[in-house]
Ligand binder design. Structure first.
Ligand code: UTP
Length: 301
């Protein structure tokens, strides 16, 4: 058995990024040279995913268009002598079959995953959030590692975890490991946005999961929480309460999570990718350095 199906929820409204997201999906926002969701798909392709199900919603057709093969554009580039740009469309030929389903009401991430049930059926699957990049060039192998642990352990869920600073735990779902240390460990609980004092660790849930179909019954039984949304974290807690095994896998140092969901982390992600750009990075460093120097020199307000 292997796991080669990924569900990518992209139906959220992205209200924290208004007005940017009023008429365009946040998953299509640029980070460096590519839209966020392209990094997600390329990462999954490298981890052996061959079938990808987007859970989409209103205003998200740009995502479907992006992954179509655009024969007209290809012909136009050839006819106008711009063959060197064809490489930029290589991702269209990624060896992945795409499927789409709709989340007809935006009732939260857990609900979006539940909407995939009729297509996923009775097989294990990956969930990768469409608004989060893992690793600077999305070269993370964490999903492949998680699949290996899933198959070897017989667990019902594997959750990627990232160390965050103790102050930041209030923004995330935080893991309570059963045993300390190691790259992979069993979880005793998950706490959504704990206070700094009550947080059981500084390991935050980081946008990648592997599930057995057992998660669907838990999602179906999960009551709406904050803001009337069905939380994926609550369904994972239910798995643990029902005696199922849930493991955490730590992201390594090169696998930082870039979350595009709020302006601060979006700006930081864009700046970091632009500074690392193979062609423009050096010039950007120089220009931004000069800009920062000027700001330092300017009178304080
Ligand atoms: P968020 O938790 O950031 O929610 O989504 P959101 O609704 O998009 O954003 P805000 O809070 O209004 O700013 C994490 C991922 O889950 C998807 C999003 O598209 C994003 O990729 N999602 C979220 C859904 O597919 N459906 C939902 O109902 C909520």
């Amino acid at each position: 058995m292997t796991v080669n199906l990924a569900v990518v929820p992209v139906a959220g409204r992205g209200t924290r990024l208004l007005p940017l997201t009023k008429s365009q999906p946040k998953e299509m926002l640029p980070v460096g040279r590519k839209p966020v969701v392209q990094y997600v798909v390329e990462e999954l392709g490298r981890c052996g995913i061959g079938r990808l199900l987007f859970v989409t919603g209103p205003g998200k057709t740009a995502i479907e268009n992006h992954f179509d093969i655009d024969a007209e554009l290809i012909a136009n580039l050839r006819e106008t002598g711009k063959e060197e740009l064809l490489g930029e469309l290589a991702f269209e030929r990624e060896d992945i079959e795409y499927f789409y389903t709709r989340q007809r009401r935006q009732l939260g991430l857990g609900h979006a995953v539940l909407c995939s049930r009729p297509v996923v059926g009775n097989q294990p699957f990956v969930v990768a959030l469409g608004d989060s990049i893992i690793g600077r060039n999305a070269e993370s192998r964490v999903v492949a590692t998680m699949i290996e642990h899933f198959l070897a352990s017989g667990a019902d869920a594997i959750v990627a975890l990232e160390e965050v600073s103790p102050r930041e735990v209030v923004h995330y779902g935080i893991a309570q490991p059963k045993t300390a240390g190691g790259e992979v460990f069993e979880l005793a609980d998950l706490i959504e946005k704990p206070s700094v004092e009550e947080s059981p660790s500084n390991l935050a849930v980081a946008a990648r999961y592997v599930f057995s179909p057992a998660i669907f019954d838990c999602l179906a039984a999960t009551q709406p929480g904050t803001g009337g949304e069905i939380q994926l974290t609550d369904a994972i807690r239910m798995l643990i309460e029902r005696g199922r095994r849930v493991l955490g896998v730590r992201l390594n140092r090169d696998e930082r999570r870039f979350d595009i969901g709020n302006f601060e982390s979006y700006f930081l992600a864009f700046a970091e990718f632009a500074l690392a750009d193979p062609q423009l990075g050096a010039a950007m460093r120089e220009k931004l350095g000069a800009l920062l120097g000027r700001e330092k020199g300017s009178p304080c307000c």
